[in-house]
Design a protein around this ligand. Structure first.
Ligand code: SF4
Length: 262
């Protein structure tokens, strides 16, 4: 049986050996907690839930922040794969892991409590990050924690990328998102808005200014196209363009009658 499983499940064997990954979530030696294991950022959900249960909210927030630079976002818009593997579901329903994160973040916003930033000894190297969306902000946060001097360059006048201009504020209120962004800035990440790569500066300029590494995180600001005739005609607005216009406080030209595809 071992030989035949090796033949049919070679990839899974390799995952176990090379990456210590068990996609079936059955190897207890590798998977201590399925929710943490499946979470893309390795969030210690069981720890923050236990802390919430005994009323230690500050500690719960610090645990959340340890692995998550944007917890107010995840507390509202993460698709929470952690809950799909929650073992509590075997006895009823999964634990509301995402909602509990949201609860702690709402509590922190109300109290104005930001976790202390944990920075290692400062290194002399400067790193530039291009784009202040989730990838750029997260990279800036972790690089800063490792002691690098980080500057994030953003072409728009606002930070957050698609989180700000792509998600409507009834799903992700700006005040909540800004709480995370404030934490990242306070931890020491320098931010430069209205600076577009190719227009206001080039990659060479950054190297000349002494940046030793550059992370390009310019985001996914393009809508999916249908590739049908007339798609680019006057009056056709793609979803992300519309959201961006509205979220930047501009007026979308809609005319008298509106047809919606999708
Ligand atoms: S809600 Fe999302 S970020 Fe939070 S623990 Fe679950 S998968 Fe991870």
């Amino acid at each position: 049986p071992v030989l035949s499983t090796m033949r049919y499940f070679q990839e899974e064997y390799e995952d176990h050996i090379k990456y210590k990954k068990c996609s079936a979530l059955v190897c207890k030696e590798i998977v201590s907690s399925p929710c943490q294991y499946i979470c893309p950022i390795d969030q210690e959900a069981s720890v923050y839930i236990a802390l919430i249960a005994i009323g230690k909210f500050e500690e719960a927030l610090n645990i959340i922040r340890k692995d998550n630079p944007l917890p107010t976002v995840c507390g509202r818009v993460c698709h929470h794969p952690c809950e799909t593997v929650c073992t509590a579901a075997e006895m009823g329903e999964p634990i509301a892991i995402r909602a509990l994160k949201r609860f702690i973040m709402d509590w922190a916003i109300e109290k104005g409590y930001q976790s202390p930033s944990r920075q290692k000894k400062q290194k002399k190297y400067k790193v530039a990050v291009i784009g202040a969306g989730p990838a750029g902000l997260a990279a800036g946060y972790y690089l800063n924690r490792k002691g690098y001097k980080v500057a994030v360059f953003e072409s728009l006048p606002v930070l957050g990328g698609m989180l700000t201009v792509g998600i409507p504020k009834h799903r992700l209120p700006k005040k909540t998102l800004n709480f995370d962004i404030e934490h990242i800035i306070k931890s020491g990440v320098a931010i430069k808005t209205n600076k577009a790569l190719g227009k206001d500066f080039s990659i060479d300029d950054l190297f000349k200014e002494g940046y030793k590494a550059i992370f390009i995180a310019i985001g996914a600001h393009k809508s999916m196209k249908l590739n049908i005739p007339g798609e680019n005609a006057n009056g056709v607005i793609h979803a992300l363009d519309l959201l961006k216009t509205v979220n930047l406080g501009k007026k979308a030209e809609l005319g008298e009658n509106v047809g919606i595809v999708g």
